[in-house]
Write a protein that binds this ligand. Structure first.
Ligand code: PBG
Length: 327
């Protein structure tokens, strides 16, 4: 049979397959989300996210060391406070859970890079991502609260802040307050293209942050849209975002692709709690091979255009990358 072009030639063995791979990954691009809580002696598995834990501060450094040992270099911190109020004032408290966690982490495990999620929903009694005006979040009244929270994180040692609230103008407000206080060097990783997604369900259980009424659709994006996502990403870059994020990841590959082509800053993708929970549940039932599915989904997200991946599987992926299983 006469056939000059045979694509299978480049798939003939592992060496050549790896040689011509189109998507390359590095564990330096992984970010591992972690949850800290008040109290002592707590390392409690999150029911909706088997394998992920709530840590009280005394148990937290060991968990950070474990992540570092697994090859993870950056973590994204979420705090669950023990008191909430209308405006979420414990988000910026000097002795807030994140502020205490940061000071401890920087002292005990300084080799890690610390990113904090900046949002009000874990701290407000109503569970919305900002201050309320009637039954909706008041955009402009929320900006100073977010800015103040971001500044307090940086003052407690955060290396980077990641606003996830989806208020208009928050990146500019945060950049301004950081600069006014001499923190010009701290980057902002904006959750720019964040959809109102049911894939956050397990996280809201983990972070105790489900809205007590309504939903987040007046601030998070409608999942039918992609041009709007490009608008959001471009606006955030204009306001000073150093990295932009698309969230969730697996159902939004087209968005990752379009955004990565539209901006000239690194693009992160957040493979969220629901994505983790679906893979974990199927794996625990013996329906899929967990490691293979984790590798395949991660590679797909990078292939779509992500430069950075936020994932609850970061420790496992760092290992798989080291082993050459993917990468
Ligand atoms: C805070 C925030 C959420 C997530 C990250 N930051 C929840 C939400 O917006 O409801 C979701 C993360 C995940 O599902 O893994 N606003």
């Amino acid at each position: 049979m006469e056939m000059i072009k045979r694509p299978r030639r480049l798939r003939g063995g592992q060496t050549i397959r790896k040689m011509v791979r189109e998507t390359r990954m590095d564990k330096a691009s992984l970010i591992y989300p972690m949850f800290v809580v008040e109290g002592t002696g707590i390392k409690e598995e999150i029911p909706s996210m088997p394998g992920q834990y709530h840590y009280s501060l005394d148990k937290f450094p060991a968990a950070l060391e474990e992540a570092a040992k697994a090859g993870v270099s950056s973590v994204l911190l979420f705090g669950i406070p023990d008191r909430k109020d209308e405006v979420g004032s414990s988000a910026w408290a000097e002795d807030g859970i994140i502020q205490k966690a940061l000071r401890l982490a920087k002292e005990k495990v300084p080799e890690l890079y610390y990113i904090t999620d900046v949002c009000m929903c874990e701290y407000t009694s109503h569970g919305h991502c900002g201050a309320l005006c009637g039954h909706d979040v008041d955009n402009d009244a929320t900006l100073p609260l977010l800015a103040r929270t971001a500044l307090s994180h940086v003052e407690a040692g955060a290396d980077m802040v990641a606003p996830s609230d989806m208020m208009d103008g928050r990146v500019g407000a945060i950049r301004k307050i950081l600069d006014e206080n001499g923190h010009q060097e701290i980057p902002i990783f904006a959750y720019s293209v964040k959809y109102a997604s049911s894939f956050y369900g397990p996280f809201r259980q983990a972070a105790d942050s489900a809205p007590s009424f309504g939903d987040r659709k007046t601030y998070q994006m409608d999942y039918h849209n992609v041009k709007e996502g490009i608008k959001e990403a471009l606006l955030d870059v204009e306001e000073g975002a150093d990295l932009v994020m698309v969230k969730p990841a697996l159902s939004y590959m087209d968005v990752i692709r379009r955004v990565s082509e539209a901006v000239s800053v690194p693009v992160g993708a957040y493979s969220v709690s629901g994505e983790y929970a679906m893979i974990k549940a199927a794996a625990l039932n013996g329906w899929i091979d967990e490691a293979s599915v984790v590798c395949e989904s991660a590679a797909s997200i990078y292939r779509a255009g992500a430069d950075v991946l936020i994932t609850y599987y970061a420790k496992e992926l760092a290992k798989y990358m080291d082993e050459g299983r993917i990468g």
